[in-house]
Design a protein. Sequence first.
Length: 274
Amino acid sequence: MDQNHAAEIHRGQRFEFGVNWARFLTVLDESRIDQAVASLTAMLGVTDLKGKHFLDAGSGSGLFSLAARRLGASVHSFDYDPRSVACTQELKRLYFPDDSEWMVEEASVLDCDYLAKLGQFDVVYSWGVLHHTGAMWQALDNVAALVAGQGQLFLAIYNDQGWVSRYWHAVKRTYVRYPLTRWPLLLVHAPYSFFAPWLVHALTGRLGQARGMSLWHDLIDWIGGYPFEVAQPAEIVSFYRNKGFTLSEMKTTSRLGCNEFVFVREPSAGRVIR
């Protein structure tokens, strides 16, 4: 898997998400972890995850695997990017050393053989991940089978903004393929994508980014995040409705960024974990 990932980076086909996540961990603190925990419980409509099996498909920094573990879930984390895996392993080492209830692996959400061995989970979480696989609809299909009957599927997928999304697709592809363009692209887009949001957050006393994130690291992820696919909310809802899921929570945006969805799988559509 590492060889495939490295080859994609070398060919300019993929952003090094794990490098950015490693830098994010240098600013991670208890307040950010608390924000992540709060955002997770709010969207899932729970106060804790005790007794639940939680899958973090594309764990990135590992922050939300950590949040789920703190909420009492047994956690299985995996990511395609080896440096993201290292970030998740580092958080486990720091906060839950030698914990048998948290497993971290390197794997792809497009690897059906790997997924078939995982079983099913009470909560499947994949925030801002599946649109970066290069095969978003296949990835969306793959995670559906991992949700147990009456289980929850928590996703975030980039909003389809028509020509604006096509523009950003070109920006991201250029950023990844041509390293010399990276700082110029950051300088051109930072005033709109970073400094304006920073000013708004500063004036409203919300410099701590929602979900425990960091505005600067989000900017790097946004401008460089490739592969890049998008979908309209109705497309995602219809896709999962046809697979036996009911929408229980949704947050949409009329701008760039992600739409968030929480689906519940009908009992007849999957094995119920007790």
